[in-house]
Design a protein around this ligand. Structure first.
Ligand code: FAD
Ligand code: NAP
Length: 335
C-alpha cells in the first residue's frame, strides 16, 4: 500500500493500492484505459479521503504554460498538472490581467474547471476558452466553455460527465482591455486607486487570503468544506425576520446566497473540535486538521456542523469537497 499523505491537503495518512504519476498524454490515455477502481488527483486540495482506497490513484504531473495572442486577447494554455497559482503569478508578472482575483487558490489547472473555481467575484468560466480532455477510449477532445455547463462551484465534470474525462490542459482567453473586479469588500480600498495594475489586485487578494485562510502546508485543510447555500426569496424573507443581521447576496435569479461560515458561526462552532478536527476560528467554513485528525474526526465534525445548522436555520449544508471511500466517491450520508 502507498501513502497518500503528501497528496491530500488535509494531510491524512490514507493509503492506496497503487500510485501512478502521470506526466504525458500517453500516461493519461493509459490511465483512462485501466478498468479497475481508480481516482485522479491533482493537488488533493478539494478532497477528503476517508479510508484506504482499494484501487489505483493517478497524480497529474504534466506541467507547462504557453501564451499566444491576437489583436484583442491572450490565449493561455496550461497543462493539467501546472499549479493554478503559478499560472496566475506568471500572468501577473507578464502584466497580463484577468486572473488575479483567483490568486493563491491551491491545486492544479486541470482541476480548476471541475468545480469552476471562484473567489472575490471571479469564476474560472469567465476566463475559460476551451478545455482539452482524453475520453475513456483514449481520444483527445476539445470541449468549449458553453459545453461545460459551468455554475456556482460546479460543472459537467462534477455532474453528468463525472469520471468520463481526464482534463489534460485548459485554455484561457484574457482580454487585452483589462478591467479590475473590485466588488468584494477586501478589494474596496483599491477602487479609487489611479493606474491600478493586475499585480496590485493580486497582492491585495494574497494579503486578504493570508490573513483569513489557513495555509495547508502548516494546518491541513481543504478550503471551504461546504458550499454557501442559495435559498428562495420566500425562505430568505422568513429567515431575515428572525435574523435581521444575516449577511446575504442577492443572485440574478431572485434567490439569495447566505455565507455558510456565518451560519456555522451563529451555531457557536468557531474553534469547536472533534478529536483533532477543528472548525477554523477565522473562517468557520473551513475544517482544519490540528495535526493528528483521523478521517473519522473530520467526518464526525462535518456531520455535527450539518445537523447544528439544520436545527437552528432549517438549512441543509452541502459539502463542496469530493469525498472518497475505499471503492470510490461517496456522500457524507454513507459514512
Ligand atoms: P483535487 O483535490 O486533486 O481534485 C478535485 C477533484 O477534481 C477530484 O474529484 C479529482 O478527481 C478531479 N480532478 C483533478 N484533476 C483532474 C483532471 N486533470 N481531470 C479531471 N478531473 C480532475 N476553491 C475555490 O473554488 N476557490 C477558492 O478560493 C479556494 N480556496 C481554497 C483555499 C484553500 C486553503 C484550500 C485548501 C482549498 C481551496 N479551494 C478553493 C479548493 C481547491 O483548491 C480547488 O477546488 C482546486 O481547484 C482543487 O484542485 P486540486 O488539483 O487540488 O484538485
Ligand atoms: P468572505 O469575504 O468572508 O465572504 C463570505 C462569503 O460571502 C463568501 O463565500 C462569498 O461568496 C460571499 N461574498 C462576500 N462578498 C460578496 C459579494 N460582494 N458578492 C457576492 N458574494 C459575496 O469570504 P472568504 O472566506 O474571505 O473568501 C474570500 C473568497 O475566496 C470568496 O470568494 C470565497 O469563495 C473564496 N474561497 C473559496 C474557498 C473554497 O474552498 N471554495 C476557500 C477559501 C476562499 P462566494 O464564495 O460565492 O464568493
Amino acid at each position: 500500500m502507498k501513502s497518500l499523505k503528501q497528496f491530500n491537503t488535509f494531510n491524512l495518512d490514507v493509503k492506496c493500492k497503487e500510485l501512478l504519476f502521470l506526466a504525458t498524454e500517453d500516461d493519461y490515455a493509459r490511465f483512462q484505459k485501466i478498468s479497475t477502481n481508480k481516482i485522479l488527483i491533482g493537488g488533493g486540495s478539494d478532497i477528503l479521503l476517508t479510508e484506504d482506497y482499494h484501487g489505483i490513484v493517478g497524480i497529474t504531473q504534466n506541467k507547462g504554460i504557453e501564451i499566444d495572442e491576437n489583436s484583442s486577447h491572450y490565449i493561455v494554455t496550461a497543462l493539467a498538472g501546472t499549479r493554478w497559482h503559478e499560472l496566475v503569478t506568471t500572468m501577473v508578472n507578464k502584466g497580463i490581467g484577468g486572473s488575479e482575483n483567483l490568486a493563491l487558490i491551491p491545486g492544479t489547472c486541470g482541476a480548476a474547471p471541475v468545480q469552476n473555481i471562484g473567489a472575490y467575484g471571479l469564476e474560472f468560466n469567465q476566463l475559460c476558452d476551451h478545455i482539452n480532455v482524453i475520453d475513456k477510449e483514449g481520444n483527445n477532445i476539445s470541449i468549449s466553455n458553453e459545453q461545460c455547463d459551468f455554475g456556482y462551484r460546479t460543472s459537467n465534470f462534477k455532474t453528468k460527465w463525472k469520471n468520463n474525462y481526464i482534463i489534460t490542459s485548459v485554455s484561457l482567453k484574457l482580454s487585452k482591455s483589462w478591467q479590475p473586479l473590485l466588488d468584494y469588500a477586501p478589494l474596496f480600498s483599491l477602487k479609487n486607486k489611479k493606474n491600478l495594475t493586475p499585480k496590485e489586485v493580486y497582492d491585495e487578494v494574497i494579503r486578504a487570503r493570508k490573513n483569513k485562510l489557513p495555509d495547508p502546508a502548516v494546518l491541513g485543510n481543504a478550503g471551504s468544506f461546504f458550499k454557501n447555500p442559495i435559498v428562495s426569496a420566500e425562505f430568505f424573507n422568513k429567515l431575515f425576520k428572525q435574523y435581521p443581521n444575516i449577511p446575504f447576496y442577492k443572485q440574478d435569479n431572485e434567490r439569495y446566497k447566505i455565507p455558510a461560515g456565518w451560519l456555522i458561526d451563529q451555531c457557536g462552532l468557531k474553534g469547536f473540535c472533534i478529536g483533532d478536527a477543528k472548525v477554523y476560528e477565522k473562517q468557520a467554513l473551513v475544517i482544519v486538521n490540528k495535526g493528528q485528525a483521523t478521517p473519522l474526526d473530520i467526518v464526525n465534525l462535518a456531520k455535527y456542523i450539518i445537523s447544528s445548522v439544520k436545527v437552528k436555520f432549517e438549512i441543509d449544508l452541502e459539502p463542496e469537497i469530493r469525498i472518497y471511500g475505499s471503492n470510490g466517491e461517496i456522500s457524507l450520508g454513507q459514512l
